[in-house]
Write a protein that binds this ligand. Structure first.
Ligand code: ZN
Length: 408
């Protein structure tokens, strides 16, 4: 794969970064995503761009390469040629993360250097992301990756709106720096029906491209407990995350999640403590503060909210979910598959009588089949934070967490 990177300005000196890809004979257009799920993806176009709301200088070549890899790594045969060669150090790190790549062109430049401590959050506007922001110090930079239409692909997944996510960002407290970056990169990788992230943490690309602009030393994400245990009932492990952190460290960025020991119930508890749970946008089908109330995320989040309110969802709301295709499909599929949020469902459904709702009853039956202590589900799982060194930003988050969940 050959990658070229170009900067142009638009609208009163705003920066646009444009990536263009030329495939080599051993590259492929059909591949499997490196993101969780490993779905089959097709590369639909050979260029994409990122629009920033201000001017941005071209970042360190290692950052440009890191961003490019998050867009096209699954399609690369064996060789990556960047139009700006990268440091030897970063090339070696990239090759360990992407074993399919045997050669990347390098030159004599030093790896990226940065001092001090400044974090961004790759902010989605979802409840977990909001919780991560709530736990972060003043001045933290919230960077949202919002979709813009691709000029060659046109309308695709037209139901998928990021306007509500942008509204969430706009409604965040003024103590944060808030930035919306618009990009069409998500439309490059699809299965023909919907977009699929080509790589792990692809949503951090705008943060990576802005790292030099803000002298970032770290990027925070909103990964919760279930991201570190295949499902809530399995063993919690930071092993894969550590590998990813080493990789980010090679461009001098700490990758971390303030909510890594928190469940979805915990995120909601945090957001309530900060009085802003109502501005989260988890549903991609609805609009700001108006979720669709039919999708599986709306189902889970509504149950969590009702549980924390100390009440049950009304029969009419339950009936609405019972009739939802998404909930029915979920209920049919889980009987012989692991359930990612099993403990959560067990907890939030425990006070329901579901005799009138057979699909939801099926979900409850599956969720109730647990044999381990799940009390951490409404608290924090502290082993996630036990590290030899915690940067100030993460110390700040941990102190907030300990106080919020009454650990002394
Ligand atoms: Zn929804």
């Amino acid at each position: 794969m050959r990658v070229s990177f170009l900067k142009e300005n638009f609208d009163n000196n705003c920066a646009r970064f444009i990536f263009s890809f030329v495939l080599d004979s051993d590259d492929k257009r059909k591949a499997n995503s490196f993101n969780a799920g490993n779905g089959e993806i097709i590369l639909g176009a050979d260029t994409c761009s990122f629009d920033f709301p201000f001017d941005v200088a071209i970042p360190h070549p290692d950052l440009v390469c890191m961003a490019a890899l998050k867009i096209v790594s699954p399609y690369i045969g064996s060789t990556l040629i960047m139009d700006r060669p990268i440091s030897r150090y970063f090339a070696e790190m990239a090759k360990t993360i992407y074993p399919n790549i045997k050669y990347i062109n390098t030159c004599n430049i030093s790896p990226r250097q940065v001092s001090g401590e400044r974090y961004s959050i790759s902010f989605s506007g979802g409840a977990d992301s909001l919780a991560a922001a709530n736990l972060s110090p003043d001045g933290t930079i919230l960077i949202l990756s919002a979709r813009k239409q691709h000029p060659l692909i046109g309308k695709f997944e037209s139901w998928y709106s990021t306007e509500a996510n942008q509204a969430t960002l706009a409604n965040m407290p003024q103590k944060f720096v808030k930035i919306c970056v618009k990009s069409d990169f998500e439309y490059l990788s699809t299965n023909g029906k919907w977009c699929i992230y080509p790589d792990r943490y692809a949503f951090t690309i705008p943060s990576i491209l802005l790292a030099d602009h803000f002298n970032l030393t770290g990027i925070l994400v909103g990964d919760v407990y279930a991201a570190f245990s295949a499902d809530e009932t399995k063993e919690y492990s930071l092993r894969n995350f550590e590998k990813m952190r080493d990789y980010y460290k090679s461009v001098n960025l700490d990758l971390d999640s303030p909510v890594k020991g928190v469940t979805e119930i915990g995120s909601e508890i945090i957001n309530r403590a900060f009085n802003n749970g109502d501005i989260a946008t988890t549903c991609q089908y609805g609009s700001f503060k108006k979720p669709c109330m039919r999708c599986i995320k709306c189902f889970r989040k509504s149950l969590i909210k009702a549980y924390l309110d100390g009440k049950n969802l009304s029969d009419s709301v339950l009936d609405n979910f019972e009739k939802s295709r998404a909930v029915q499909n979920f209920a049919d599929k889980i009987s012989d598959a692991p359930m990612k949020f099993q403990y959560t469902f067990h907890e939030v459904l425990k006070s329901y009588n579901l005799s009138k709702f057979s699909h939801i009853q099926k979900i409850k039956n599956k969720a109730d089949a647990i044999d381990k202590d799940s009390s951490f589900i409404t608290n924090i799982y502290l082993p996630g934070y036990q590290e030899s060194y915690l940067p100030k930003t993460m110390q700040y988050s941990l102190q907030k967490l300990l106080k919020l969940f009454n650990h002394h």
